[in-house]
Ligand binder design. Sequence first.
Ligand code: PLP
Length: 403
Amino acid sequence: MPEVIQSTKLANVCYEIRGPVMEEATRLEAAGHRILKLNIGNPAPFGFECPPEILEDFLRAAGDAHGYGDSKGILPARRAVMQHYQTKGVELDVEDIYLGNGVSELIQMSMQALLDNGDEVLVPAPDYPLWTASVALAGGTAVHYRCDEGADWMPDLADLESKITDRTKAMVIINPNNPTGAVYSNEMLLALTEIARRHDLVVCSDEIYDKILYDGATHTSTAVIAPDLLVLTFNGLSKSYRVAGYRAGWLALSGPKEHARSYIEGLTVLANMRLCANVPAQHVVATALGGRQSVKDLVLPGGRLLAQRDAAYEALSAIPGVSVVKPKGALYMFPRLDPKVYPLRDDARMVLDLLRAEKIMVVQGTGFNWPAPDHFRIVTLPHKDDLTDAITRIGHFLEGYAQ
Ligand code: PLP
């Protein structure tokens, strides 16, 4: 029979967080091994409960939510999202909100609707790789701007601006950042949006970790900083409300839209084509945004996420040749392996070797479009002692590791 070959559209599409190392983990699990999965930002398996009012409303809604809903999202959910941004000072209408099966679906739709073959999008390096993959799948080219580890992983503005061409359509901002945990100041957002303004770029602001903030850090929505620009704000319930499996996210369009009518029409066609997002989950968007923000209990002093971040930072910093910028937000760390101590040629192989030796999964830095094989990402979701134990074991593994 003739071979069935994947589409050439997938040639540059990579998503290493669930990449080949996952296959090896599945094989090891089938052989009876327990794998500690520090590769995925999924709070539930680490004992993070669904907030009770969200579970209650989800169950109550589910009984009567088995029909298709509006393609853009059910009205109460869109109203809640609208109100959420209006209270921050962002002017928008219910028609400017799209609900999605997680932010993931909306990222892909936003790029499919925007890009022609060869169009370019500025994406941070390191990035959350779905952005790069979605740009590639839409026929575009992700052009990576450097974030500077020596400056707490802030975007290198000169590098970013030097990479703009006449094909550049959009700029992606991930704030708080995955994988680095950086939280951008208003000055940084002003500088980024000023570049977007000068070059007529659409701004895509992924703010899914906006409530997971440490050490008094505050988050400002890019849409607040740049009311005169078309800003696409992405957020959802997966992280701040710990219900990643519900697949509930939203996209809010703010700023001038008259000049973007064609793009918005395209986005709506794509929303119509996928019929609608998971309806029961949309019924808890208002519950989440209007309810008790229980994530605060986890990130303030005494909170579990903060304690875990601190424990991970301490344990990683204790490994010779490993350094890490202490995150101000999100659920990850992106430690550096000093190339003089660990001269790696292939960080994906290192991750596979770690899995086989210690039954711990992390993700190689190059999986986040970081150009050198000298970083990895670890999630800070396990309980403090489990995290310290896992990182200590990573340290022992690295001690004798050579490629
Ligand atoms: N954006 C960022 C920065 C993420 O880290 C993630 C998930 O890890 C997503 C988007 C996707 O989230 P969702 O569960 O809403 O699809």
